[in-house]
Design a binder for this molecule. Structure first.
Ligand code: PA5
Ligand code: NI
Length: 195
C-alpha cells in the first residue's frame, strides 16, 4: 500500500491461507479487557477475564491522510469465541461524520453485521466469503463472528475523514444482539439497550 504522502495508485495482495496483508501501517488489537460493559452477561465476562485477557479481534490498517477525498482501508479479523451466549464481536461505532458510508468485503469465515441508525432502524446482514456489504451513511456497525472455530476476516473501505464515534454505542449498546442459545446464531433484543 502507498505511504501517507504517495498519491499513486497501488495494490496489495491478500494471502488466503492465513489471510494476512503483505504490508500494513498499524495493527490494532482488542482484548476482552477493552470491551468492559459491551457484553450483556457480566458474570460470564468477569469469569472469562479472570481466566485470561483473550484477544477478540485485530485490525490491520492502511493509513492515508484523514481528509475528504481519501479512503481508509484495512483488514479486520474477529476471532471465534463467546462471552456467555454472545459471540465475539467488535466494539462497533457510528462514524463521527454521520453522513459517511463504508464497504465491507468478506474474505473468510462466517459472520453477521449488526447495524442501526439514530432514527431507530436496525438491520442484521450475513457476512459470508465473497459477500460485499454496503453500510450506508448514518448506520452504526459492529461485526460478529458466528463461526465455531474460524476467524471472520473482512476488508473494509470508508471515507478517510469519517472518524469514529465509539461513545454512543458504549453508552447505549446496539438494539440487537447475536447469540447462540443452543440452536446456532440468533438475533435477539438487547435487554440492556438504552433509548
Ligand atoms: O471502520 C470500520 O468500521 C472497521 O475498520 C472497524 O473499525 C473494525 O472492524 C473494528 O471495529 P471497531 O472500530 O468498532 O472496533
Ligand atoms: Ni466504520
Amino acid at each position: 500500500m502507498p505511504s501517507l504522502h504517495d498519491n499513486a495508485p497501488s495494490t496489495t495482495r491478500i494471502r488466503f491461507a492465513r489471510v494476512e496483508a503483505d504490508r500494513y501501517d498499524t495493527h490494532i488489537t482488542r482484548n476482552l479487557s477493552s470491551m468492559r460493559g459491551q457484553f450483556v452477561d457480566e458474570q460470564a465476562y468477569r469469569r472469562l477475564l479472570a481466566a485470561g485477557d483473550a484477544l477478540l479481534y485485530e485490525v490491520f490498517e492502511f493509513k492515508r491522510p484523514e481528509v475528504p477525498g481519501e479512503l481508509l482501508s484495512g483488514i479486520s479479523v474477529v476471532h471465534p469465541g463467546r462471552v456467555g451466549d454472545e459471540y465475539y464481536m467488535t466494539k462497533g461505532h457510528f462514524h463521527q461524520v454521520l453522513e459517511t458510508a463504508e464497504v465491507y468485503y468478506c474474505l473468510s469465515g462466517r459472520g453477521m453485521m449488526v447495524m442501526e441508525t439514530p432514527e431507530g432502524e436496525w438491520s442484521v446482514k450475513a457476512l459470508e466469503p465473497g459477500g460485499i456489504l454496503y453500510v450506508p451513511p448514518r448506520w452504526a456497525h459492529r461485526s460478529v463472528n458466528v463461526g465455531a472455530s474460524e476467524d471472520l476476516v473482512t476488508l473494509f473501505v470508508y471515507p478517510a475523514h469519517a472518524g469514529h464515534d465509539y461513545g454512543t454505542i458504549e453508552r447505549k449498546g446496539f438494539r440487537k444482539l447475536v447469540v447462540d442459545r443452543g440452536n446456532g446464531p440468533e438475533v435477539v433484543d438487547n435487554p440492556r439497550w438504552v433509548s
